[in-house]
Design a protein around this ligand. Structure first.
Ligand SMILES: Nc1ncnc2c1ncn2[C@@H]1O[C@H](COP(=O)(O)OP(=O)(O)OP(=O)(O)O)[C@@H](O)[C@H]1O
Length: 240
C-alpha cells in the first residue's frame, strides 16, 4: 500500500440517507487531492469521517498502513491529521505570533525548537511582518493562512481543508494555492481540499475526486474531469 491515507468502501448513513456510499479513496504522500461535487454531495461528511468527527456506518480508513477507523479524533490529530474548518478559529484578541505559539505547544520539542518552528511557520505563511498584529486586524485571507500556520505549528502531516479559498479575493485565492503547493514541495505534506471555486481547483493542478449523491463518480486531473460528461451533468454544468 503506497498511499499515505486510504479509505475502503467508506459509507455514512443518516436516518436512511446515504450521505457517503462505498468510497474508495487514496492520497499519496507529498500531494494535494481535491474533493469536489455539488451542494449536498457528501464532501464534508467524507472529511469528517477522516478527521474522526463522524463515525463511519461502513468501510475502513487507513493511515500509514494502520487501520484508524475507530481511532478517536484527538489521537488522529496527535498522529498528524489536522483539520481546518471553513470559518477560521483563531483567537482574535491575540497577536498572530501568540496564536502560532499556542498551537506550537501542542507539538513536540524543546522551547528553543518550538521558537524556531514558530519563526519558520510565520515565514512560510507569509505573515512574519504581521507577527505582532492582533488576529482581529488581519484580512480574511491572512486569518485563513494563520489557521493553516497553526496546524503547521502542531506538526501536522495531513491537512484536511474545508473550502480554504472561500470568501477570498482573487489575489488571496492565488496566494493560497501557491501556499498549498509550497507546503507539499517544501514540507512534504499531504493535503485534502474540499472546494467549490473551480479556478482555484484548476490552478492547484492536483488529483480530483468528484462526489455526487455520496458516491464517487469520477477521478482524474482537471482536464479529464472537465471533459467527463457525467461531471458536466451533475456539477460543472451547474456552474455555467
Ligand atoms: N448530521 C447530519 N444529519 C443528517 N443529515 C446530514 C448530516 N450531515 C449531512 N447530512 C446530509 O448528508 C448529505 C451530504 O451532506 P454534506 O454536508 O456532507 O455535503 P457537502 O458536499 O459537504 O455539501 P456542501 O457543499 O453544501 O457543504 C446532505 O444531504 C446532508 O443534508
Amino acid at each position: 500500500m503506497s498511499a499515505l491515507l486510504q479509505t475502503q468502501g467508506l459509507g455514512k448513513t443518516f436516518r436512511g440517507l446515504a450521505a457517503n456510499a462505498d468510497i474508495d479513496f487514496a492520497i499519496e504522500p507529498r500531494s494535494i487531492h481535491c474533493v469536489i461535487g455539488p451542494n449536498g454531495a457528501g464532501k464534508t461528511t467524507f472529511l469528517s469521517m477522516i478527521s474522526g468527527h463522524l463515525a463511519p456506518s461502513s468501510g475502513r480508513i487507513f493511515y500509514n498502513n494502520a487501520d484508524i477507523t475507530r481511532l478517536a479524533t484527538v489521537a488522529r490529530a496527535r498522529s498528524g491529521i489536522a483539520r481546518k474548518f471553513q470559518t477560521p478559529s483563531v483567537f482574535h484578541g491575540l497577536t498572530t505570533r501568540t496564536n502560532i505559539e499556542l498551537a506550537a505547544l501542542r507539538g513536540s520539542g524543546s522551547r528553543g525548537e518550538r521558537r524556531a518552528r514558530i519563526d519558520e511557520v510565520l515565514e512560510t505563511i507569509g505573515l512574519s511582518a504581521q507577527a505582532q498584529r492582533l488576529a482581529a486586524h488581519l484580512s480574511h485571507g491572512q486569518r485563513q493562512w494563520l489557521e493553516i500556520g497553526m496546524l503547521l505549528a502542531m506538526q501536522a502531516k495531513v491537512l484536511l481543508l474545508d473550502e480554504p479559498a472561500a470568501g477570498m479575493t482573487a489575489g488571496e485565492t492565488a496566494a493560497t494555492g501557491a501556499l498549498l503547493q509550497k507546503l507539499v514541495a517544501e514540507r512534504g505534506l499531504a493535503i485534502i481540499v474540499i472546494e467549490h471555486n473551480m479556478d482555484f481547483i484548476r490552478d492547484l493542478d492536483a488529483e480530483i475526486t468528484v462526489l455526487h449523491l455520496g458516491r464517487v463518480i469520477a477521478n482524474g486531473r482537471f482536464d479529464e474531469i472537465a471533459a467527463d460528461p457525467r461531471v458536466a451533468d451533475v456539477y460543472l454544468g451547474q456552474q455555467a
